[in-house]
Design a protein around this ligand. Structure first.
Ligand code: GLN
Length: 454
């Protein structure tokens, strides 16, 4: 009954693309059996979660919210979801997202927009964006439709939607979670991570998701720490870096205040606050919007109407016509925009001017962070420049949409663990998030600072 009520609420938000209650019930049954036998329960035993529909789930439709994957039933399970099932979790359904995870508002989905359950007190009738690309995940967790969900983060897609909906989400160090069976967007940036109600739930779920996988060549062959056991709010002796370049001109007053509150809370927890500089911050966004589309244009070449999903075969068409017709009909506008940008920056005449240069900037950004670690243990910034914006507000202005990722992309380019935790409401009652960025592999330091803030 409560599942049906949830589904009804979920359909109002358009968070789920498909529901799979049998999968979750089966996990619950297995947990009961295990408990009756007195066996040891997994860390996620019986927990019904939502799966971002970017993870391949065996025999359950996997769409990446794009028409070009129409009808695709994966014959295999992604490593991350397989690990979650092994830890005892079950799946309530597949969650809506921006098409191929490209977007910051969930409006590029071919299944339509997702509605943020929060309301602006000054404009309660306006539907707000849940953030993106993991907008189904953020809305579903914020509305209580599921206690936790998976997300993926290429340039902020876990952190920004978490901030927009008042929940917690962490992108681990690049390589912690296997990318095997996750529909690829930009392979050198893509990372999976948990989105949940609080830091402890994220620590538990990340523990279940992470770990070495020989099927992903960039997977880290390292043990997975017990992050839950390592949680503490005692930050005595920890140094928190506050990067001055993130305090941008004209910063939203409520965002600035929530940042100052976070600084005060961490100081109260015993930490020392240090002013730091990340001088190449302003080049991160343009570099990201060259590198991510470049990799996407290459990854998306596989959708040719032969191997997966949709095939458009006009009368009398040859192979090239079939490719063109399939890709024209199957990809949405934002995806086509990225393919065009990516192909352009990789083309012979422009490769050095754009792609090579962006890669150099990426190195400089990583170096900024390396130098910062001499002065601090974690870095605190706002997650986004604003609270949730209205659906429709930025959808016809890609640059305004991209600007929303300005605080999220530097950590992505550097492959660092980064988290968003809720940090109060703005003057219109909307949640704001703070971002904590950590050293490579220091998810624990990130989670502990998050716990001290929440
Ligand atoms: N909003 C960013 C983009 O559209 C990030 C997306 C993501 O992290 N998947 O590229």
């Amino acid at each position: 009954e409560s599942f049906n009520a949830s589904v009804a609420a979920g359909s109002a938000l358009n968070a789920f693309i498909v529901t799979t209650p049998e999968h979750a019930l089966d996990a619950a049954r297995r947990t009961d059996e295990q408990r009756a036998k007195g066996g040891k329960l997994g860390s996620m035993a019986g927990v019904p979660i939502g799966m971002k529909d970017l993870f391949a789930t065996k025999d359950v439709q996997t769409t990446a919210a794009t028409r070009i994957l129409e009808g695709f039933l994966p014959p295999y399970e992604s490593t991350v979801s397989a690990r979650l099932w092994e830890a005892g979790a079950g799946m309530l359904g597949k969650l809506n997202l921006d098409q191929f995870a490209m977007g910051s508002s969930n409006e590029t989905s071919c299944f339509g927009k997702v509605i943020n359950p929060w309301r602006d007190t000054a404009a309660p009738d306006v539907d707000l964006a849940p953030g993106g690309s993991s907008g189904g995940s953020s809305a579903a967790v914020a509305a209580g439709l599921c206690p936790a969900a998976t997300g993926t983060d290429t340039g902020g897609s876990i952190r920004q939607p978490a901030a927009f909906t008042g929940i917690t989400g962490i992108k681990p160090t690049y390589g912690r979670c296997s990318r095997w069976g996750v529909v690829a967007f930009a392979s050198s940036l893509d990372q999976a991570g948990p989105m949940a109600r609080d830091t402890r739930d994220c620590a538990i779920m990340l523990g279940a998701m992470a770990g070495f996988d020989p099927k992903d060549t960039t997977s880290l062959d390292l043990p997975v720490p017990d992050w839950e056991a390592g949680l503490t709010t005692d930050l005595q002796g920890k140094r928190i870096g506050v990067p001055r370049e993130y305090r941008m001109d004209g910063m939203d007053a409520d965002v600035a205040k929530s940042w100052d509150d976070g600084i005060a809370w961490l100081r109260d927890a015993g930490a020392q606050i240090v002013d730091i500089s990340l001088p190449h911050t302003k080049y991160a966004l343009p570099a990201y919007y060259i590198i991510a589309p470049a990799e996407a244009s290459s990854n998306l070449a596989r959708y040719d109407g032969v191997r997966y999903g949709l095939r458009e075969l006009p009368d009398g068409a040859g192979l090239q016509d079939m490719y063109a017709a399939t890709r024209a009909a199957g990809f949405g506008d934002e995806v086509k925009r990225r393919i065009m940008i990516g192909t352009y920056v990789l083309s012979a005449g422009f490769y050095d001017a754009y792609y090579t240069r962006a890669q150099k900037v990426r190195t400089l950004i990583a170096r900024d962070f390396e130098q910062a670690w001499a002065q601090c243990d974690v870095i605190l910034t706002p997650t986004c420049p604003s609270a949730a914006f209205a659906l429709g507000d930025k959808v016809s202005d890609p640059l305004a949409m991209y600007l929303n990722d300005v605080f999220a992309v530097p950590a992505s380019l550097a492959g660092l663990p980064a988290m968003s935790v809720p940090a109060g409401l703005n003057r219109h009652g909307l949640p704001l998030g703070l971002q904590i960025i950590g050293k490579p592999l220091d998810e624990q330091g990130v989670l502990n600072a998050g716990l001290a803030i929440e």
